[in-house]
Ligand binder design. Structure first.
Ligand SMILES: NC(=O)c1ccc[n+]([C@@H]2O[C@H](COP(=O)([O-])OP(=O)(O)OC[C@H]3O[C@@H](n4cnc5c(N)ncnc54)[C@H](OP(=O)(O)O)[C@@H]3O)[C@@H](O)[C@H]2O)c1
Length: 196
């Protein structure tokens, strides 16, 4: 892999808690195609190696919250170096190496506890669509990879109102040999207090 594709925007490295007076930020990490698609057949609808590296960088060390289907889709479970929290309605579900919770709000509580214990300023919500939709009212920040293509898919990012959000930074992710599409990383934020 020759492509390092690391935007150097200060927004990516700014400690989120500083901007919100010590509150732990709920951040979404998502890649969305021009047609809104984020998934196909339980998997990602593209090959984007540079974005996977960016995903690792953005989530490392942070508690991550995901739906059970996204957990099932991971090629290697749990994701290393991060507390993995999986949301399911199935009380019998077991996920080796991860915490299983029965609703998204409990996932946030648990993630906050882990973030506090380890002194990190962000919780990363990593999808899929059902979990983004459930936690959208709580989100402070989004790391939004805009994928410059319109692949077929069966899962889309939930519709949301951009009012109240502002784009803090926008950086191209340079396209490497293992990237099917070009992409741009946008950081969006809305002020503390705008959440439910
Ligand atoms: N492009 C991206 O950035 C990105 C990121 C993540 C995922 N994806 C893609 O998105 C697709 C998966 O998304 P998805 O929406 O189908 O699935 P998902 O959000 O990953 O998981 C859905 C599951 O979460 C559980 N769940 C959802 N809401 C719940 C609630 N309110 N309370 C308790 N449990 C709840 C249920 O699990 P049970 O059925 O076990 O009860 C449900 O079936 C895949 O194609 C994946 O590759 C894309």
């Amino acid at each position: 892999m020759t492509n390092t594709s690391s935007p150097t925007s200060p927004a990516l490295d700014a400690p989120a808690e500083a901007a919100r007076g010590g509150e732990i930020a709920v951040t979404f990490v998502v890649a969305v195609a021009e047609n809104g698609v984020i998934g196909r057949n339980g998997d990602l609808p593209w090959r984007l190696s540079s974005d996977l590296k960016m995903f690792r960088r953005l989530t490392m060390g942070k508690p991550i919250i995901m739906g059970r289907q996204t957990w099932d889709s991971l090629p290697k479970r749990p994701l290393d170096g991060r507390e993995n929290i999986v949301v399911t309605r199935n009380e019998l579900f077991e996920a080796e190496g991860a915490h299983v919770v029965l609703d998204p709000v409990n996932a946030l509580r648990l993630a906050r506890d882990y973030a506090q214990k380890s002194g990190v300023g962000e919780i990363a919500v990593i999808g899929g669509a059902a979990i983004y939709e459930a936690l959208l009212p709580q989100a402070h920040r989004m790391y939004w990879t805009a994928v410059h293509g319109s692949p077929d898919g069966d899962t889309t990012f939930p519709k949301f109102d951009l009012a109240g959000w502002r784009i803090v930074s926008e950086d191209p992710i340079s396209r490497g040999p293992n990237d099917q599409f070009a992409a741009t990383l946008r950081v969006l934020e809305r002020p503390a207090g705008a959440q439910d």
